[in-house]
Ligand binder design. Sequence first.
Ligand SMILES: [Zn+2]
Length: 234
Amino acid sequence: MRGRRLERSFALAPPAADAALLALDFTRPREALLSDALALVIERVGRVERPGAEVLHALTLADRHALVRDALVVSGRPAIDAVATCDGCGKQFELAFDLCAVVLPNVDPRTTAVRLPTAADVERARDDLDLLAALLQCSRNGAERARESAEDMIAGADPLGTLVIESACPECGASVRAEADLAGSWLETLRRRASALIDDVHVLATRYHWSESEILALPASRRIAYLELIEAER
Ligand SMILES: [Zn+2]
């Protein structure tokens, strides 16, 4: 299934259980962490049920990014925020990328001039040129010569890889360009949620002396109710 475009047919699992979120190792390298995180939310890819991190790791980056987008759309927050700085006046403002507005090209990786990179390709490569040489099955020199067109093709097949938004500065009218990293933003959101969960467990365990698993087994509404009681006592 490697190299096949499968993300057009998928199913998402119910929101990842808090215990599973806490079990994610956020110190793992990015692509490995992304595979683990996707495994929590993806119930089916193509005909593969419960694909697991290993299967997801073998997908192309383009397919993985499409799955991240789908997970965010289903979670009800299909937007990524980015801070842009105007080159004209130096003012900073927030731009939101509407993920639903990104149209995915219908690329068949079996017919592309460049093989599309998988997470495993990225991990094996020493640098960008090494990655390109592996995808083109040529030397580093050959990859250098083909670099521009090959990178354009890969980026074109994966518009969610680096989100680009261009806009006019509301202050001075100069053009402003912002970039955002979809997968990185999603992983950061998960990391912050896990960190907040640890804080909650700490507060409840300190006060009630329940175990971590007992606290995580509570419905979120009850956990919040107890946290509010503790807060009111302070
Ligand atoms: Zn400006």
